[in-house]
Design a protein around this ligand. Structure first.
Ligand SMILES: Cc1cc2nc3c(=O)[nH]c(=O)nc-3n(C[C@H](O)[C@H](O)[C@H](O)COP(=O)(O)OP(=O)(O)OC[C@H]3O[C@@H](n4cnc5c(N)ncnc54)[C@H](O)[C@@H]3O)c2cc1C
Length: 431
């Protein structure tokens, strides 16, 4: 193993941190370069301080996981000594007048009994072996038609839930590709299990594990440099040269290998020198969406007793994109004196500007058939120019777990490449 190799990881989201953790201790120098002021990427939090309420930290991105699917994350949390706790999974399906058409509280559904029965039937049917034979193009509408699902169930429950998970681009819910949605819901335990695993969150917010990882990496000699954006990447005969803009100004440094753990759009901006590679990155389909942290309760059910941890939009309006609202106080079971703050992804209506606390934009991958082909194409380019690829956008369904897995896999590929380089030298030395 070449222990003098210099390796950079661009992006300190779950994928980049997992890659750095796998590399740390094996090569001489690991440098993680992160544009934001703290590590975590989509594991990001907002500290909220409102008069008359206890201060609290609100997740503005990743909110939950479960121990059945997220085994790598659970392992990392154990290594880092970071605690997690079950969250509330209550959901509300709210129409344009604020009326709750359907809701669940502590696992008990309230609403039209026929729709509730359809939820159970869908959960079992969609996960049965052979339910959606490959190659047949199973849209949500086609599957529901062929299994005779009640249109009221599709309008009130299935469509809003599908629109709320961001796996599909906006538009006609009936055209959504159902196998990808089912894979996503299965990973979260929402379909196919009679006793789903409890959904969990890191105590204090999902960004906590990323902060703990930053400290653990420092103990292993790796640097995580935040507020440092990689503005240019150049391939030279001596390696990869990165230009960064950070607190100390512009810096130029050379690396033997670079792991790109950034969303496709950001990665594509750096690899313009290889048009085929840039095309392959841009072919990974994503959609841009907004997340708004606010106190405008008009997005919630009128009946406060029905406020869910997850709130979905029931409407016949043509929505520009996916939409849903988290209610972190309920989701994370925060104390009574925590404020009523809402996190709306892709707001479906104008929010009161005076009640908006923060806005951010994110790129979410779309789990269409085009994605599967693009991810395969990009994975065949691993290691080209000393560049390695990872991120949840490479593995549908787009979970935190898959970001970690892909980061670990990219790091292992770098280590394998370094070991291959070392092997001939070791043989020569012993001859
Ligand atoms: C709103 C939202 C909610 C989600 N909720 C969940 C959930 O509850 N459970 C779940 O499993 N998954 C959830 N996901 C999916 C989850 O975000 C991903 O699975 C995973 O966290 C993405 O990790 P990543 O490391 O691939 O990318 P990211 O988290 O996007 O990290 C990429 C990092 O690269 C940095 N970066 C970009 N460009 C540069 C540059 N030029 N130089 C330096 N740094 C750069 C960014 O600042 C960022 O920190 C959610 C996603 C979103 C958007």
């Amino acid at each position: 193993m070449d222990t003098t190799a210099q390796v950079a990881v661009i992006g300190a989201g779950a994928a980049g941190l997992a890659a750095a953790w796998r590399l740390a201790g094996h090569t001489a120098a690991i440098t993680v370069l992160e544009a934001a002021s703290s590590p975590g990427g989509n594991c990001t939090a907002l500290d909220v301080r409102l008069p008359g309420h206890a201060p609290c930290s609100i997740d503005v991105g990743v909110s939950d996981f479960n121990a059945a699917t997220f085994t790598r994350l659970v392992d990392l949390l154990a290594q880092l000594g970071v605690a997690a706790a079950p969250i509330a999974q209550d959901a509300a399906f709210v129409d344009d007048d604020g009326q709750t058409r359907l809701s669940s509280r502590d696992g008990v559904w309230t609403g039209d009994a026929a729709i509730v029965a359809e939820i159970q039937r869908f959960s079992q049917t969609c996960t049965q072996p052979g339910a959606m034979p490959p190659g047949a193009g199973w849209s949500l509408a086609r599957f529901c038609r062929s299994h005779g699902f009640d249109p009221a169930f599709v309008r009130t429950y299935l469509g809003p839930r599908a629109r709320g998970c961001f796996a599909m681009p906006g538009g006609d819910v009936g055209a959504f590709e159902l196998p990808a949605l089912v894979a996503f819901w299965r990973a979260h335990g929402l379909v196919g299990r009679s006793t789903p695993p409890p959904r969990m969150a890191v105590v204090g917010g999902m960004s906590r594990w990323c902060e703990a990882m930053q400290r653990a990496l420092a103990l292993r000699g790796a640097q995580v440099r935040c507020d440092t954006i990689v503005v240019a990447l150049e391939r030279t005969h001596r390696g990869v040269v990165l230009t960064t803009r950070g607190p100390g100004g512009i810096t130029v440094a050379r690396f033997d290998h670079v792991v790109l753990a950034v969303p496709p759009r950001a990665a594509a901006a750096l690899v313009g020198f290889d048009r085929a590679l840039q095309r392959a990155v841009l072919d990974v389909p994503t959609q841009r969406a907004e997340v708004v942290v606010h106190t405008d309760a008009r997005v919630m059910p009128r009946d406060r007793a029905r406020w869910g941890a997850y709130n979905y939009v029931v409407t016949d309006r043509a929505l520009a994109g996916p939409s849903m609202t988290f209610y972190p106080k309920r989701l994370r079971r925060l104390a009574d004196d925590a404020p009523d703050v809402f996190v709306t992804l892709g707001p479906d209506r104008a929010l009161d500007p005076g009640r908006v606390l923060a806005r951010r934009w994110f790129d979410h991958p779309c789990a269409t058939a085009a994605h599967a082909a693009a991810a395969v194409r990009l994975s065949t380019m691993q290691g080209r120019h000393g560049l390695w690829w990872c991120g949840s956008h490479l593995r549908a369904p787009f979970l935190h777990e898959h970001a970690i897995e892909s980061g670990e896999a990219a790091a292992q590929a770098v280590l394998d490449r370094l070991a291959q380089r070392e092997a001939p030298r070791s043989i020569a030395a012993s001859a």
